[in-house]
Design a protein around this ligand. Structure first.
Ligand code: HMG
Ligand code: MG
Length: 298
């Protein structure tokens, strides 16, 4: 039995654009957010408050947040790896902040320049400060099935990070296949590890589509009752610290899958495809979504 309703978080403006080499002006990012909310997305991951030396594309974080016309019922989230990021983010009034750790030590070092244990120590005050301000806290667990530096990652590693995140008060965790190497049974095992510390309603999937497995992995999670997923309009993206990894599964493709199975998303697929076309045109490429391509060429 599938969940009757699914919530998608479009991470395109953040995960999707963070790795773009060409400059994307703040106005274009803002317009993309507007188009996503007009299409019915109720959760949008807008930007990240990280070092502009590490991720120059997100240096306009405050400008983008300030430019968004906020719509009732829509929640806007931002990444905050440490207190410096959180303090800057608070000025932008996010509804949700995301601390991001990893299930592999090597990826933690490359991505956020510290060990897993140190990352938890950096996150703890962020979680405390956010919750004191009633800002919801999500935790992302990168490299939950595979790591570009360490290879396969055991579910026990995910369980450990989930436990540590739970201990410091992270309210929801996203299990991320950063480099898209996972296949359904492995992803289910990672999810089961997360579910030892978090309720079904507090766990989501974040699947990059490098090996074309993300839709299959999404369906495998739906069959476990997981109903929240991060997806990226037009399949934008990749992580700067995971070379060769492609974007998240395209929001359009997941919406097509869900609507085809009678699962409600509240998203207007045609408007969503227009949003994906808008940003893809700007970037000078075709949307990386099979459903969008099929519908646009019909
Ligand atoms: P660090 O060098 O360890 O931090 O970086 P530090 O505290 O030693 O500070 C060093 C310098 O950075 C200082 O500046 C700080 O002020 C500055 P300097 O004195 O040299 O001029 N700094 C900051 N500036 C702005 N915002 C901040 C901030 N913190 C310190 N928040 C840090 C640690 C995490 C900041 C750094 O490693 C970083 O920015 N990494 C980039 C991480 C990132 O954005 N990765 C991509 C997003 S995660 C992802 O894509 C995965 C995900 O999608 C899930 C999945 O698919 O797996 C979520
Ligand atoms: Mg990602």
């Amino acid at each position: 039995k599938l969940p009757s309703k699914v919530k998608l978080v479009d991470v395109g403006p953040r995960d999707g654009l963070q790795n773009e080499k060409q400059p994307v002006p703040a106005e274009v990012k803002i317009e993309l957010v507007h188009r996503l909310q007009d299409a019915g997305l109720t959760e949008i991951e807008v930007t990240s408050f990280v070092s502009p030396k590490w991720v120059p594309q997100m240096a306009d974080n405050a400008q983008v947040m300030a430019g968004i016309r906020r719509q009732g019922g829509v929640r806007y989230s931002v990444l905050t790896p440490n207190m410096k990021g959180f303090e800057a983010a608070v000025e932008s009034r996010p509804d949700e902040v995301v601390v991001f750790g990893a299930a592999s030590e090597a990826f933690s070092q490359r991505n956020i320049n510290c060990s897993i244990q140190e990352s938890i120590e950096r996150f703890a005050p962020v979680v405390e400060a956010a919750r004191a301000k009633n800002i919801y806290v999500r935790g992302a667990i990168s490299t939950a099935v595979g790591c570009p530096y360490e290879g396969e990652v055991a579910p026990e590693r995910v369980e450990l990070v989930a436990r540590l995140m739970k201990q410091i008060g992270v309210q929801h965790i996203g299990v991320a296949d950063t480099i898209g190497v996972g296949t359904p049974r492995k992803v289910q095992a990672a999810m089961e590890a997360a579910l030892r510390h978090y309720a079904l309603d507090d766990v989501s999937g974040h699947f990059h589509d490098t090996y074309g497995q993300a839709l299959a992995n999404t369906l495998a999670c739906l069959e476990m009752g997981i109903w929240q997923f991060d997806t990226s309009v037009a399949g934008l993206g990749g992580c700067p610290y995971a070379k060769g990894a492609t974007g998240n599964v395209a929001t359009e493709d997941v919406v097509y899958l869900l609507h085809g199975m009678g699962v409600d998303t509240g998203i207007d697929l045609d408007k969503l495809i227009d949003a994906g076309k808008y940003i893809s045109d700007f970037l000078g490429r075709k949307p990386n979504s099979r459903a969008a391509t099929a519908i646009l060429t019909k």
